[in-house]
Design a protein. Sequence first.
Length: 350
Amino acid sequence: MFSPLLAHLDSSLGNLPQGPRNTIADVPGVQVGHVTLAEGAVQTGVTAVTIGEENPFHERIRAAAHVLNGFGKSTGLVQVEELGQLETPLVLTNTLSVGAAHEGVVRYMIERTPEIGREAGTVNPVVFECNDGYLNDIRSLSIKPHHVAEAIEAASSEFDQGAVGAGRGMSAFGLKGGIGSASRQITVGGKLFYVGALVLTNMGRMPDFIMNGLDLGPQLEHALEDETAGPEKGSIIMIVGTNLPLSDRQLKRVAKRTGVALARTGSYFGNGSGDIALAFTTADPILLNSRKRFQTIQQLDEARIDRVFRATVDATEAAILNSMLAAETVVGRTNHVRRGLRSVLEDLSI
């Protein structure tokens, strides 16, 4: 059936232009790969974000994380907070598979970096998670370390969104959540830069859902006779990448702005929600074996950072909505169902 809302949906969300792909892969060097497990009660997976062509242990990028609400089990954020660097691909999966994913990153890195744990220090995997236990038999521990390597090796600038990879079993606002991405472009000093977002959505209550500024939740709740509108206890991971030269302190400020995008969609970071953001820049990588006693880096003038904040908010909000619009309906554990937003809007002619 025809959906008037979809027909007039302003996917740009704001007045900044989209990147050519409208994904985080518009940031040069950034790629995304998935491994999806979708059979019966097992509805889960792994998503990996790779950055640059060099070994990330040798050529590290600046990063910062911000925890909006800390009901989560992510790993590696302590060192990111202290050093302001990333040294591995970013990996996303389900809550009870964090250990397997952590091992998978370690194995992937030590196989390619003989000096880890010998001439050099150990490695700091950054693994993010959300709880997909409504659709996925999370107790089956179906994710294995080799799935991480497969997701990293599958990384590409062209990747699927929706109910794929780590997003396979996720829920958002009582509907199907998953992986979403979007990007915005800004010009500074006559040069074009990109700000891209990738999200793993598993949060929100249907009555609270807002889409492009429309208070859509109550209408959906009434039409679908939703019975799951209890306390908000989901989670969301929000990753923002850019090729703008930013310090790790500035990246922390960028990561904080993702909360504006999340609130725009109707989430209020409930008590049981793990809402975590990480921002990184591909500019001025840090060389592990540099012999320089001092390093000179560029950073954006603070007076011009508002446009980065705006791009971050618009791209992250669009990524959240894209994660739902791209997701098909999924039937999982004990016949639990999460319907895809696009099909719901079309069926209800909203």
